[in-house]
Design a protein around this ligand. Sequence first.
Ligand code: ADE
Length: 234
Amino acid sequence: MKIGIIGAMREEIIPLLEIFGKYEEISLGGNIFYCVSYKDSEIYIAYSKIGKVHSALTASSMILYFKCEKIIFSGVAGGLRQDLKVGDLMIATKLCQHDVDISAFGHPLGFIPESKIYIQSDPKLNEIAKSVAKRYEFDLKEGIIASGDQFINNAEKKQWLIEKFNADAVEMEGASVAVVCDLLQVPFCIFRSISDSADGQADVSFDEFLDSSARISANFVKNMVDTLLQQDNL
Ligand code: ADE
């Protein structure tokens, strides 16, 4: 099987490269794809750079050029829900683009004609993630993730995301990866560990917890990959 694992920032994939150890580097479209041979499979790991455009290109490259059959995102997010604390890990049930606004033409926020507001992540991959969490007695959270090309660090915007999109966490890449995978019919799942609470202190919290939260997500993704490959061999 060929699996693509995307992070947005270098810090989000470093723990994965450390875990998998040996890799070949392939440059394409401003990204370096770290290709790992692992248990008769190939894993392509890359950081896209921040934002929806960059992550859409990386996901497209993984699918169309490297022929990845599953896409996993691993990284950090701002928590919007009260119960989400730094270091908690969330898997996205569905994702939306909170910065899409053509309401001037009567469309709901986040809606693009011929598309949809929310893109569902793959139920089978999400089930595997839950089975991994159960096996390791890991408290994996689930929720709606809103993505946009903005770092959210104020209480009003945070409240707006909750009210308008019922969002549980916010980041800057998940929904674009979701759109690409959905259109190209490649199963995907999105893991995000909480680095901040998208409030007035979010920038400070993000800087402090980026590395540790990214590592929590990466460690879980490693177990996810092992389980996925095991099931593929059954
Ligand atoms: N990624 C992590 N924290 C974030 C935030 N507060 N806003 C957008 N993306 C994030």
